[in-house]
Design a protein around this ligand. Structure first.
Ligand code: URA
Length: 206
């Protein structure tokens, strides 16, 4: 501390920040009741899916209806499209980690509120610090604004940039959210082009 004091030496360690592995962290998320409205409305929290050694880490907005029922992110229409987009760049869904900014479904799929994102932030931070990915893909505006709050997704999408998480340099890539391509078929070629940037970044990192 800047005033020379050490803080409360007897304060218990934060179980989220010190969770030793994804299994322990995800068990904490599954028991979370920090957001009263979401805890009441959800079927279950949706912590995330993927191997602990994944190099690519995808962040969406929040679970929708199907994700809430199945307990896995991106399993509805946008998820089927995401899986296709991954296959198009020779990535299998099982190789990457997929999660959301908020781990519980907001009522009627409304946008997550700032306090909900804040409550979930420690979970996302611990997922990132455990996995140490090379590339973090930000799917849509909500995910991008968590890291780059002053930017516009339509301008930033498809353009990789480097930033640090802790002391590690990580590549971040904002992309249009796949749900856009479901609503606007005309955007599909642009979304597929943006996904090819993931492959280019990975090839450069090899
Ligand atoms: N959209 C998201 O942002 N996340 C999901 O898990 C599903 C749809």
């Amino acid at each position: 501390m800047s005033d020379g004091t050490q803080g409360d030496l007897f304060a218990p360690p934060d179980p989220v920040a010190s969770a030793p592995d994804l299994g322990t962290l995800h068990a904490l998320i599954r028991r979370c009741t920090r957001c009263a409205e979401l805890a009441e409305y959800r079927t279950q929290p949706v912590p995330g899916v993927g191997p602990e050694d994944a190099r690519v880490f995808f962040i969406g907005e929040a679970p929708g209806r199907w994700e809430d029922q199945e307990g896995e992110p991106f399993v509805g229409k946008a998820g089927v499209y995401l899986t296709e987009l991954l296959e198009g760049i020779d990535l299998d869904r099982s190789q990457v980690f997929i999660t959301n900014i908020v781990k519980c479904r907001p009522p009627e799929n409304r946008n997550p509120k700032a306090p909900e994102m804040q409550n979930c932030n420690g979970y996302l931070e611990r997922q990132l610090s455990l996995l140490k990915p090379d590339l973090v893909v930000l799917l849509g505006r909500v995910a991008m604004e968590r890291f780059f709050p002053r930017e516009k997704i339509t301008e930033a999408a498809g353009k990789p940039r480097k930033a640090t998480i802790g002391a590690r340099e990580v590549t971040f890539l904002p992309l249009l959210h796949p749900a856009f391509g479901i609503r606007r078929q005309d955007l599909k070629p642009e979304i597929a082009r943006q996904f090819r940037v993931i492959r280019e970044v990975l090839d450069q990192l090899d």
